[in-house]
Design a protein around this ligand. Sequence first.
Ligand code: AMP
Length: 465
Amino acid sequence: MKEMVLTQRILAHAAATPDKVALRMGGEQLTYGELAQKGKKQVEILSAWRKHHPAMMLSMGEKKLAPVVGMLGCLLSRRPYVVLDPGAPTLRQDQIIQDVEDAGPDLPGLAYLMYTSGSTGRPKGVQISRDNLDFFLGATRNLPLEPPGEAVWLTHALWSFDLSVLPLWQGLARGDRVVWLDTSRGVDFPKLAGEMAASGATCWVSTPSFARLWLRDPGFGEGMLPRLTLFFFCGEVLEPGLALALMERFPRARVINAYGPTEATVAATLMRIPWELAERREPLPVGRPLAGVSLAIAGQNGELLPYGQEGEILIGGPGVGEGYRGLPDLTRERFFTRDGIPWYRTGDLGRLENGLLWFHGRRDLQVKYRGCRIELGDLEENLLALPQVTGAVAALAEGRLAALVTTVPGAGMDSRELLRALGERLTPSLLPQRVFFTDALPMTPQGKIDRRAAGALLEQRMKGR
Ligand code: AMP
């Protein structure tokens, strides 16, 4: 198995500029020299410890820099890493640990496994290879940033979320500095504002939701981040109003909208959003494919549609991952090879026009809520796993995640108790904001849950009618 370009670059920076700060998180920091030394030490530990174990589980705890050292150690010792979400309850973490254990020594060539919400109620592991990661980093190496070695990346993305791959690994591959804001226990505005102001950041990477939170702070602007020249957004719809507000507060900064699923390695398309485009206040395009990425739009039966027509977005090329861990049927359903090129069926609807891709929403029950990817089925299955719940349907209503449930007679459970019980099964980001009880879920004449009627009912309940 060949060396990754990524690790070669990090080790070269460590040799050339060992005293340069590579990573900073809260009060902790590591130079390139320290990072490389600790990463190599990790390789020794890994080869002595559980010799045959293919992957390493890392948990983001108090020691914030430790998982990054572990991740680098994994890449250097050619084992995939898996980062556990610090907020996930034990049950959810155990499901992931079990899944990786089940893989046995069967994960060669992978850089990491990233777990996302699965419609069956269990997280599913997306397998990203070392070649996928090197390809993505190569394709995004020339973002409009300061020369390599001089940029400072600022991000809040958890290492268990694929958005973090860009600032962390691209930052380190370029020899830049990466500053990470800890939001794993909520957003402490005054503390984070201080860390931002001290960061010297030139490049911001987040979901649009996280940036929107900061608009509430009148101090959030050039005064706080005077060197900032780039906002990189990915993961959910970027509203033109948000892009405009940021351009007003940061007149020197460019705003990039990028699009892509974890399965195709972080992002497949991107573009800079010019002021004039945002000013039209119409949905923004998600950009052009990265060099080496192919896009196609497919109709109901998988046939390729001409330019301008709406259909399912297909992504092809060297960024397309290796399917789902231990889920061959789902992998076959979503991943395929044509003319030697790997492709992924995204489940996203969109159209291609004038060389640009436009996102039109989903064709299934996956939603994005506050930047997090959630399968409504995941939430519903975990509600149904509670002994008191007999029926459940979830939806986004009034912009919030909500659920309608039926319970066993005399369950005597209020919504707070139900949410507490659900919190033992699901990560906080997957929990609904409100749960409403009903005697019976709305049904279609065919006897299925009537999602449209349930959605309308949840809208009404959320409005308090
Ligand atoms: P994740 O795997 O968490 O990155 O989520 C991927 C999904 O997020 C995509 O399949 C889209 O549904 C959505 N998504 C990602 N980027 C964008 C974007 N720029 N605009 C709209 N939706 C996006």
